[in-house]
Design a protein around this ligand. Sequence first.
Ligand code: ACM
Ligand code: ZN
Length: 354
Amino acid sequence: AKSKYNKLHLHLCDHQGFSYFSDVYPDLPLSPGTTYTKDDLREIVSYAGMFGIDVIPEIDLPGHSTAIISSYPELSCRKLQIPVETKQGIFDDVLCIGDENTLQFVYELLDEIIPLFPYENFHIGGDEVKYRRWENCPKCTAKKQELGFDNFSQLQWHFTKQVIDHLNKHGKKAIVWNESLAGGKLTDEATVQMWLDPKKHSVRHANRGGKVITSDFYHYYCDYPYHMTPLRKTYNFNPLLKGVAPVMQKNVLGVEAPLWTEYVCDFDKLCYMFFPRIAAVAEVGWSKKENLDCAEFEKRFRKITPILENIGIHPAKPEEWNPTPLQRLSGTVKFFSDKISVDLLKSSLSNSKK
Ligand code: ACM
Ligand code: ZN
């Protein structure tokens, strides 16, 4: 609220756990971090509401679902029981979307969660879905053939569209990650959240009249170190997205700076990663381009730091905000070398030059 945000996006399910106690699916494995009861979520919604902040839940479908499958293996293509993941990554086992029981599960779960959030938006994920299991699944391949699709992106889109329609029937508007658009077009039924979109689906969506939220991975992801994403790089990124026609720029609804918590385990680390970058993203979101000036922002942020410190938020120190090119290289390598795959490291280094 102090940074003038008006939405809080809560990502409630993933490969590593499920952060919500479900009555209809009580075996969903609880996340090792925070797990919310219905009352917890109501309390968050009510507290955030006092500061003018809407809470948007996300149930990520049909990928990022190892946790669901570990308890309900019948919802996967192989029907095999697998353990909940404990590392960050993109994993092969996803929900079987050739099986009608999967949609039944999704509808029941969403119907339980929808009444907890009084706002219009509901996020249904759609990112980083691997097709390997679908390619080898009799039900998924038969469904693809029956529907006359050429590829599995179209089948993912078909599944997503049904979930979007279900939400629309409940008076909700879906938000999906940009990969959902690889197999089909949407316009007004859903908002697209752009994060990593080399094929520019989000730009085409905005140019068709659809709504977009900008969360560019290389500029706005606050779970990555300042070495990879310096403050100045974040501040100077134009969220209106290259390629969106001037008359369609109104379709870029706003900005979001995500922070995933696989490697952020406490509040102090969260604040360090977020501040000042999250304040920079908000300033860009609320300002006209001609009024933006990163050096000015840095000066003002130093002045307000004591206010944040007073409420227990300890931002990164000014000398950490904009590392030199050499510091950036060594810090990025160090971060990835203990954590993530070589492929992602290569792609990050090539993009950190931009
Ligand atoms: C994402 O960060 N996988 C949306
Ligand atoms: Zn399947």
